[in-house]
Design a protein around this ligand. Structure first.
Ligand code: E4P
Length: 219
């Protein structure tokens, strides 16, 4: 189960990569628009920082032919790039062509099991179902994750589920129990997920008890 950070913030990536737990980064036009400097330079910096990570970079062109050319250029930036393409019917022919050309693709903005099925049939590497954006509409976005898992396993597709738009630690917890292949989470959620106040309290108590022995050299 891979853990990706959903950010383009280099300081966050550097800080959290030392845990050894970060398998990749998902960028999108929104998080790249919030950084200073050239987005291409930032993407290359992220690719260098995590040479074995899966780095997702989203297309920004809207017209299919232009999107195809842009997707190829993005893929050529680095071997560890997965090109993110929105799950829109206009792009299906382009997605098919890119898969045939062995471009690694992460289909973003996936909301339904039927959209997921179409992308599996086209043979993409990742689909990114969005959970939080369903919940913004008061719909249980998590319900689609086990349904997609079942659909993929039942029909024997190879496409992997990358749970996205995760807004809480509970989302992350539920997604991994449903057997997703990857989650992408903000640095804030990652930090919450790796800390627990009972662990902190436990360390404090063990340390306090041990210090009563006044032993300086152990073992
Ligand atoms: C990741 O690939 C997505 O771009 C991201 O998870 C979207 O999250 P949001 O719905 O919180 O913007």
């Amino acid at each position: 189960m891979k853990i990706f950070l959903d950010t383009a913030d280099i300081e966050h990536i550097k800080k959290l990569a030392v845990t050894g737990l970060i398998d990749g980064i998902t960028t999108n036009p929104s998080n790249l628009s919030s950084i200073k400097g050239n987005p291409k330079d930032r993407i290359l910096e992220i690719c260098r920082l995590l040479p074995h990570g899966h780095i997702s970079v989203e297309v920004t062109e809207l017209e299919p032919e232009k999107l195809y050319i842009q997707a190829k250029k993005i893929a050529q930036l680095s071997d560890n790039i997965w090109v993110k393409i929105p799950c829109h019917a206009h792009y299906y022919p382009v997605i098919k062509k890119l898969v045939e050309e062995e471009v690694k693709i992460n289909i973003t903005l996936v909301f339904t099991v039927l959209q997921a099925l179409m992308m599996c049939k086209l043979g993409v590497y990742y689909i990114s179902p969005f959970i939080g954006r369903w919940e913004d509409l008061d719909v249980d976005g998590m319900q689609y994750i086990p349904q997609m898992r079942h659909m993929i396993d039942f029909y024997g597709f190879e496409t992997k589920i990358l749970a996205a738009s995760i807004r809480t630690v509970q989302h992350m917890h539920d997604a991994l129990l449903e057997g997703v292949d990857a989650v992408t989470i903000s640095p804030e959620i990652f930090e919450k997920a790796i800390t627990h106040h009972l662990t902190d309290q436990g360390i404090e108590k063990f340390t306090k008890d041990w210090r009563r022995l006044e032993i300086n050299n152990f073992p």
